[in-house]
Design a binder for this molecule. Structure first.
Ligand SMILES: [Zn+2]
Length: 390
């Protein structure tokens, strides 16, 4: 049986122990500071006699330390990765403060807390709206600033039932371990926490999504929250510098840029249409047997599509077979006015795109795609013209 030193002093970083059993790289000690994980908190890591501890597992009364290599020593000295443990304790308490506040303020029950790297997530039983979440975040931070002691108590079941925001599982071992923060939270928990709320540092909500009829809320606490805000601020500074404004002006500048892009796009389309109009009129006048074939060299796809629109926006019965060639290959677009039910361009398109070694598709009145064999373009267009004629 392993004596659980981690429950006696959550701030101890090193310990001595004797090996009581040893199976390959799995080590059982008479006592340990290594928390095996539980209640959503991952296990501790660190080293034993300078060999890395890669996993810690609870096995009945024993704690198994999975070592990177086998250790033959009888007496050992263990050292925790303290930064990791401290951050996990900050995150775990931060989650209690937030979940306790969400329960007190909005009667939202939370479940399935999980700490994964710098992220804490919890699920609520009912949908949580953002205002309620942010109110609870604020209350959690208020409790941090009050620096309230975190107590671990073992009350009787009647008291647990009266005060706890959730009940322990049916198979819980008595006595029930309660983590209590006066005025904020009272909950059964097997995890480790910092000893006062102030040390949780900060609780910051980062996102929320719908999950199984409730919400999944993501938060960051303590050092992880600070690191996140630091990287967020670095991004904000870049945006401030690019947009030449303070952070309060970023959104307004983005709205202005979006509206300018919209206007420029409309202007660009109108200019292309104006330049293409005489070409389109000429092509319509000279259509052979109601078919237009036209190849544009060095034009981008947008220009070809604008020309296609000019050629097909009137129901004149004409079929347009357009192609654009540039360095990346060949783009084709075949079609007619959408009310022209006598024509289905797909068989012609299929033949042409096969010859071009490309891919694409569409409807009976408009099909488009890209191919690589631009040298086969004449063959492809001839095959398409024959297919339309037949
Ligand atoms: Zn907990």
């Amino acid at each position: 049986m392993t004596h659980k030193l981690y429950y006696e002093d959550t701030y101890a970083k090193e310990f001595d122990a004797e090996v009581i059993s040893h199976d390959g790289n799995k080590l059982i000690l008479n006592q340990t500071l290594f928390y095996p994980g539980g209640g959503g908190q991952p296990c501790d890591l660190g080293s034993i006699n300078d060999v890395e501890v890669v996993e810690v597992i609870e096995d009945g009364e024993n704690i198994i330390h999975v070592m990177k290599e086998e250790i033959a020593d009888k007496n050992v000295h263990g050292i925790l990765n303290w930064d990791r443990r401290f951050e996990l304790m900050q995150q775990h308490l931060g989650e209690h403060l937030f979940a306790g506040s969400l329960w007190t303020l909005h009667h939202l029950h939370t479940d399935r807390m999980r700490i994964e790297g710098d992220n804490v997530s919890i699920d609520t039983d009912k949908p949580a709206d953002m205002n309620a979440i942010l109110e609870a975040e604020h209350a959690a931070n208020e409790s941090i600033w009050k620096d309230i002691p975190v107590e671990v108590i073992y009350p009787d079941m009647a008291e647990v039932k009266e005060h706890a925001r959730k009940l322990p599982p049916e198979n819980a071992v008595m006595p029930i371990r309660i983590v209590k923060v006066e005025g904020v939270d009272y909950v059964p928990c097997c995890g480790l926490h910092v000893s006062s709320t102030g040390q949780a540092g900060l609780v910051k909500i980062t996102s929320c999504e719908n999950h199984k009829g409730g919400s999944r809320i993501y938060l960051k606490c303590g050092r992880a929250a600070y690191k996140w805000l630091d990287s967020l601020y670095a991004e904000v500074r870049k945006a401030e510098s690019e947009l030449v404004c303070g952070y309060e002006g970023i959104n307004e500048k983005i709205m202005i840029l979006k509206s300018q892009i919209h206007d420029l796009k409309a202007h660009n389309e109108a200019t292309i249409d104006r330049l293409m109009k005489p070409i389109a009129d000429n092509l319509i006048q000279n259509a052979q047997n109601g078919i237009i074939t036209h190849v544009m060299h060095g034009s981008d796809q947008e220009e070809i599509k604008r020309l296609f629109r000019l050629l097909t926006n009137e129901n004149n019965g004409i079929v347009s077979l357009l192609a654009g060639v540039n360095d990346s290959g060949v783009f084709i677009i075949f079609g007619t006015h959408k009310e022209n039910k006598n024509i289905d361009v797909r068989p012609a398109f299929k033949k042409a795109i096969e010859i071009l070694g490309g891919k694409g598709g569409g409807s009976s009145f408009c099909a488009q795609g890209h191919g690589k064999n631009s040298e086969a373009l004449n063959d492809a267009l001839n095959a398409a013209v024959n297919a339309i004629k037949s």
